[in-house]
Design a protein around this ligand. Structure first.
Ligand code: NAD
Length: 330
């Protein structure tokens, strides 16, 4: 009897794999390793016909070169910064992602964070819960109306566009910076465009990040670039942690450069020795009330999670059957 193909889910998923097994039937064997470290993969992935990788670990050269018959590395998510794409290609292994499973959920989170910050919702909740100050809106003073506020978007892809459309319904003035977007998206969406990052930064009142993490965007928002923002701006990051140098944030909050900031993502998750996290946990630092941090959860909805698992398995089946693989990124 011919050997059954083997699909390995490297990380993140730790349940009984009902969704995957329902689709696979007898077609292939599937194993979930739930690894939290790449070294845990040694001896367990070598005979995989396809590997599904979420966001908890990376897949570098050492792991990829041990793959004997892998027909696909499927990044179950959007960001592709945790796979050595070039090396995988040099080994003849395609890497594909699932770009569309959570675009709306991430955009909803970015907008939710924006509302929580700019309407004083999280600040008032935090101060009152900690028994600080009067039971009064005055604790959040001054707040201003969202209509006509300038929202700057860095990276006008799927999530950036979904965020722009939502912000427009609040009557905001949306502008974006994305050097890779051809002309015309500003016209199609009825928003503004800046071809220069520092021009965008000087104009915005609220800045939301939706670019990928690349060599170019690593620490794009840092001590220096933050100085371009008008005093009292807001920053929201749901893209990748290392797009922001978070060590600059506590001071930006203290000096009032930022009135508030929200992070769904951090450079290291869970964080370890992160000065922003220390300030956010410190009741005597202003970041305690003015910063929101979530555990990389913007992508999450039950519907999105099911979609990503279904699409992931379908992609593996196509790769093993040598039919067309969608969303190849290397
Ligand atoms: P996308 O590829 O559709 O859009 C990214 C956009 O960024 C593209 O238009 C690209 O041209 C632009 N870009 C690239 N380099 C840039 C630069 N130097 N400056 C400005 N713009 C630049 O991706 P998407 O689906 O919209 O996702 C955006 C990012 O969100 C992903 O890369 C991923 O890192 C992140 N993400 C986070 C979560 C989460 O749970 N927090 C979930 C999904 C995606």
């Amino acid at each position: 009897m011919p050997r059954k193909p083997k699909i390995i889910i490297a990380d993140f998923i730790a349940d009984e794999l009902k969704i995957e097994k329902n689709i696979l039937g007898d077609f292939a064997e599937i194993v979930a390793l739930n690894a939290v470290n790449e070294t845990e993969l040694v001896g367990k992935i070598e005979d995989a016909d396809a590997i599904i990788l979420y966001h908890c670990i990376s897949l570098g050269k050492d792991s990829i070169q041990r793959l004997k018959q892998c027909k696909l590395i499927l990044r179950a998510g959007v960001g592709i910064d945790n796979v050595d794409l070039t090396f995988a290609r040099s080994c003849g292994i395609p890497v594909a992602n699932i770009p569309d499973y959570g675009s709306e959920d991430v955009a909803d989170t970015a907008i939710g964070m924006m509302l929580a910050l700019t309407r004083g919702i999280s600040l008032l909740n935090s101060r009152l819960q900690n028994n600080i100050g009067d039971w009064s809106y005055l604790q959040a003073k001054p707040l201003s109306r969202l209509r006509n506020k300038i929202l700057g978007i860095i990276g006008l892809g799927r999530i950036g566009t979904a965020t722009a459309l939502r912000a427009k319904s609040f009557g905001m003035n949306v502008i974006f910076y994305d050097p890779y977007k051809p002309d015309g998206f500003d016209k199609a969406l009825g928003i503004g465009r800046c071809y220069d990052l520092s021009e965008l930064l000087t104009k915005v009142e609220i800045l939301t990040l939706h670019c990928p993490l690349t060599r170019e965007t690593h620490h794009l928002i840092n001590r220096e670039s933050l100085k371009n923002l008008p005093m009292g701006s807001y920053l929201i990051n749901t893209s990748r942690g290392n797009v922001v140098d978070t060590s600059a944030i506590p001071t930006a909050i203290e000096t009032g450069r930022l009135s508030g900031a929200a992070f769904d993502v951090l450079g290291l998750e869970p964080p370890l020795g992160d000065v922003l996290v220390d300030a956010w946990r410190n009741p005597s630092h202003p970041a305690f009330h003015k910063v929101l941090i979530n555990p990389h959860s913007a992508f999450y909805s039950e519907e999105g999670l099911e979609e990503i698992r279904v699409k992931g398995i379908q992609a593996c089946i196509r790769a093993i059957q040598r039919t067309e693989i969608r969303n190849v990124v290397n």
